[in-house]
Design a protein around this ligand. Structure first.
Ligand SMILES: NC(=O)c1ccc[n+]([C@@H]2O[C@H](COP(=O)([O-])OP(=O)(O)OC[C@H]3O[C@@H](n4cnc5c(N)ncnc54)[C@H](OP(=O)(O)O)[C@@H]3O)[C@@H](O)[C@H]2O)c1
Length: 343
C-alpha cells in the first residue's frame, strides 16, 4: 500500500520505548503512519530516539486509565505492546495491574474513541510448557508463572472484546530477538567466553522470531481484514532445540559450542532460593525461575494460521538472525574485546 494512502492512519504504540515497540513504532512511521507513543519518561534516551524519528510522545503510565484515554484519542490504530516482562522483582498484583488491567483500559478507550483496529500483543507463553509440538492457537493454555498468567488474563480481556465485536486482533509472539534486544546478550557473551553451561539435555524445543519478522506479523495483524477477531502465533518458520540455538550462537561468535550438560534440578532450587532472598529488598534476583525455564520448557509452534490467512512469511532464518544480532552486540561493544559492559 502506498504511503499516501496511509496519511490518515494514526497509530498509538504502547511500549514503544521497549525492544519490540520501538522497532514497530519506527516501522509504522516509515510506512507513513502518524505514530504516537505512550511513554513514562519522555526525557529518557529511548523516548528521545522515538521523537527524533518523528514519533509523537505522550507521557503516561499504562496503569493509568486516564492517561490511556488521552493517548488513544484520535487514533485509528492501537498496538498494545507494553507489558511488565523483563524484570522479576514485582508483586503479583503489579503484574496483574500492568499485564491484565491495562489491557482493559486500552480496550475501553479504543471502544470510546471508535478506533478502527486494535492489536493486542500477548505471548506464546500462555501455552506454557508445550506437551505436544508443534503447538498451535488451539493448544490448551498452560501458563507457568505469574508473567504468563497475567498475560493470559490480559489476552482473555482482548478475546472477550473481540467476541463482543471489537476490531481486535491478538498476536502471540515466540521469543523475540535481534538488534535492540539485550535479553539474549548473556547467552552470547557466556558462549563466547566459554562459561555457558547447558542445564538439562539440550534437546528441548526452542522457537524464536527475528524482530523484523515480528514487526511484519504485528502490522499484518493490524491491517489485514482477515485478522479481525483472530489469534495468531507469530514466529520463525521452524523451531530449533536449545543445543541448536547455542550452536548458532557459537558459530556467530566464532567459538566451539559447549558440549557439557549439567543437571537442572539444583539450578531450579538455587533460583527459587535467590528469588525469595531478593524479594524483601526489592532487588532483581540475578537468577530466577523464569530464567531456568529457558532450559526446561518446550516451545515449538506452528505459524501456519498467520501464513495461510494473513500471508505472513518469516524472512530471516535463525542463522542469519543470530549473526545479525551478534554483529549488533559487537557494534555496541558488548562482546569480547570491546572493553565495555552492557547497559
Ligand atoms: N521479548 C520476547 O521475547 C517476547 C516474547 C513473547 C511476547 N512478548 C511480548 O511482547 C511485548 C514486548 O516485549 P519486549 O520484550 O519488547 O518488552 P520490553 O523491551 O521489556 O518493553 C516493555 C515496554 O513496556 C513499557 N512499560 C512497562 N510498564 C509500563 C508502564 N507501567 N507504563 C508504561 N509503559 C510501560 C516499557 O516502558 P519503559 O521503557 O518505561 O520501561 C517498555 O516500553 C510484551 O507485551 C511481551 O509480553 C515478548
Amino acid at each position: 500500500m502506498g504511503d499516501s494512502l496511509l496519511a490518515d492512519r494514526r497509530a498509538l504504540v504502547t511500549g514503544a520505548t521497549g525492544f519490540t515497540g520501538s522497532h514497530l513504532a519506527h516501522a509504522l512511521r516509515a510506512k507513513g503512519y502518524h505514530v504516537r507513543a505512550l511513554v513514562r519518561d519522555p526525557d529518557g534516551a529511548n523516548a528521545k530516539r522515538l521523537a527524533e524519528g518523528g514519533i509523537e510522545l505522550i507521557q503516561g503510565d499504562i496503569g493509568d486509565a486516564e492517561a490511556i484515554d488521552q493517548a488513544v484519542a484520535r487514533m485509528t490504530h492501537v498496538f498494545h505492546i507494553a507489558a511488565v516482562y523483563r524484570t522479576a522483582n514485582h508483586s503479583d498484583a503489579y503484574y496483574e495491574r500492568i499485564n491484565r488491567d491495562a489491557v482493559g483500559y486500552v480496550l475501553e478507550a479504543a471502544n470510546r474513541h471508535g478506533v478502527e483496529r486494535i492489536v493486542h500483543c500477548s505471548t506464546c507463553g500462555v501455552h506454557g510448557d508445550v506437551a505436544e509440538i508443534p503447538a498451535n492457537e488451539e493448544t490448551a493454555f498452560n501458563p507457568g508463572d505469574v508473567y504468563q498468567r497475567s498475560k493470559l488474563a490480559g489476552e482473555m480481556l482482548a478475546q472477550e472484546a473481540a467476541r463482543a465485536g471489537a476490531p481486535v486482533s491478538i498476536v502471540r509472539p515466540t521469543g523475540i530477538y535481534g538488534p535492540g534486544d539485550d535479553r539474549f546478550l548473556k547467552l552470547f557473551r557466556t558462549v563466547e567466553n566459554g562459561t555457558f553451561r547447558v542445564f538439562g539435555k539440550g534437546d528441548i524445543a526452542y522457537h524464536l522470531t527475528y524482530i523484523d519478522d515480528m514487526v511484519d506479523g504485528l502490522i499484518l495483524a493490524g491491517e489485514h481484514p482477515a485478522a479481525i477477531g483472530e489469534v495468531f502465533l507469530i514466529g520463525d518458520d521452524s523451531y530449533t532445540t536449545l543445543d541448536g540455538l547455542v550452536a548458532e550462537v557459537a558459530r556467530a561468535v566464532g567459538v566451539k559450542p559447549p558440549s557439557l550438560h549439567l543437571p537442572v534440578v539444583p539450578l531450579m532450587l538455587a533460583a527459587t532460593a535467590c528469588e525469595f532472598a531478593c524479594r524483601p529488598f526489592g532487588i532483581d534476583p540475578p537468577l530466577h525461575r523464569r530464567r531456568v525455564a529457558f532450559f526446561t520448557k518446550a516451545r515449538a509452534f506452528s505459524v501456519d494460521k498467520a501464513k495461510d490467512r494473513l500471508g505472513f512469511q518469516p524472512k530471516v532464518p535463525l542463522a542469519d538472525g543470530i549473526a545479525r544480532t551478534a554483529e549488533w552486540y559487537r557494534q555496541e561493544g558488548w562482546l569480547k574485546g570491546s572493553g565495555k559492559t552492557a547497559a
